[in-house]
Every structure is written in C-alpha cells, then in structure tokens.
Design a protein around this ligand. Sequence first.
Ligand code: ZN
Length: 326
Amino acid sequence: MKKLEEMTREDVRKLADYKIFERGVEYFAEGHVIEPSVSGNKLMAEVEGSSYRNYRASVELANGQLECKCDCPYDWGTCKHVIALLLHWVKKKDDFEDLGHVAEKMEKMPREDLLKILRRFAKDEPQRFAEIVDLALVGEIADETKAPDFVKKAKNILRNGDDRRISDVVRRVSIIHEQALGRFKSNGANYAADQLFRIACAFLDAPWVCEDSKGEGIGLVSELLDDVRLIWMNHKISKKEILDETWKIINADTTLLTDSFDDFFESICKGEWERKIMRKPIIQRLIQLEELENRGRQYKSYRYEQTLHFARKFGYISQKGVYIQD
Ligand SMILES: [Zn+2]
C-alpha cells in the first residue's frame, strides 16, 4: 500500500484475527470513533471502549508499512480500536479533520493567539498538556551537558498524579523511563542503572499506582528493573547501594512490589562479587527468621521461604542443610 487513501476494507480485515475484526466492525458501526483526524500519513482518533475512559488509537503509514498504536491494554497484535479507526477511514474520510491544515494555520498565527491556545489547553486538559510538555522536553534535555535527574521528574508525576487516571500516570512515567534510558550513551551505565532503579523505587511511595486491576503500574516497575538488570549484566556494573537498597525493600515485605524486587534481587546476584557481599546479610536474616518460625508459628512465612531459596541458590547452604563458611 502506497497511500492511506488507497486502503480498502480487505486491507483492514487482514490486520487482525476474525474475532477482533468483528468487534472493530461493531465499534465502527456503533459510532465509537470520536473526533478522527488525519495529518499527512497518520490517522488518529479517540475510541470509546468498555472502560471509563476512551483509548487513543493511531495508524501511521511509513515506507509502505502500517504502524498501529493504541493505549488500551490489548497486547496481542492489532486491537479492535485500531480496526474501528481504520474502518471509519475507509468508509467516512470526510469525518477526519485535516490537522496538517491546522498546523499551517497555526504557523501564521500571532504569538498572543498561540499562547491563548496553550493556556486554554493547559486548563481544559491538564494531564495531556503535562504529557506533551514532557515529550517536548526530550529534545531540550538531550542538549544539556549535565546529567538530568529523571528520578525527581518521576517522583513529581507520582506525587501529583490523579488516582482515577492511573493509566495516564503510568504513561507519563514511562516517558521518563525512555528519556532516562536515552541518556545511557552519553552518561554511562552507572548513571542509567542508578536513575532507572530509583525511578522504580519511587513507586514504593505511590502504592495506589500499583493497585490498578490491569497491573500497568507493576508492569512498568518490572520493565524498569529489567533494564537495570540488563545494564548490570551487560556492562558489569556493581553498585553496592542498589544491592543494599533492594535487600532492604524485600525484607520490609510490605508492598505489592515485593515480588518484582525479589525477582530483581535474584537476577542481579549472579556473580561472585554479589554473592560474596550478600552472604552475611542473607545468613543472618535466615537465622533470625528461623528463630521466629520456631516460636510456634504454624506455617512458614513467604519471607522465610524466599530467604532460604536465596541461601540455597547462592551456594550458602550445602545439601545437608549446613551453612557453608567462606
Ligand atoms: Zn486498542
């Protein structure tokens, strides 16, 4: 396909499996596609979904390929919102507002009018406005010579976020995640690992973000920790502060994020250095937990099992259950 104008229903049909396509057809027929717009080779719209908010779907044609995006949680290919958007395009092109035209108009506007629009936007759509400012800052930050503190930005978003719009908060922090990762080349592995790790930790002070049913908050924390793990492995960094902090977090054992940090801890403790450093704290903790267990508890606690698991895995305990000295 060379042009979006040439797209047919059959082209749309091929993008998703039959069930999803049919749902897209229904969405289109029921008028779920709201305020569609076109800008060059890109289509955008809000699509009403079954949840309390609309989803933002877009499709871009680049080098003959369609790039479909949607901020709904569907992860297995093209979703029904994108299908509905494309069907709307195939059937009712006149409904699409031409944003290329709007951009042209804006270029000729006096500064005062542009500021008026921005103020209005900031007032009516504060979340989106903040998001766009974050995005616009990517370029600006890239020019700075000193390393920016993304942790502070993430903390701000988490502190001021609206708990009825968890998806928006998660999306904004994930932009910060990308920005921090983007500084990897210029500022080095240590800096990137430290920033990403501390952004993940910032979620500990905003537990409500991790309580969403879709698991988007916890998902983002896992992604952040996974990037730290990759940097840790591939660049042989060894940061004692990160090890210590993770150990502290998992032993507090009080949050929904304990699992994510447990996994992370195990995955960074692969090398000799990490295992040597953690030997003492892990064995001490195990003894402490064993004493607690022996005070007449009926069941083994999760923390006890987990600590025992680390001790075995890291080679601190022999087959017979005896602590091995170094
Ligand atoms: Zn979708």
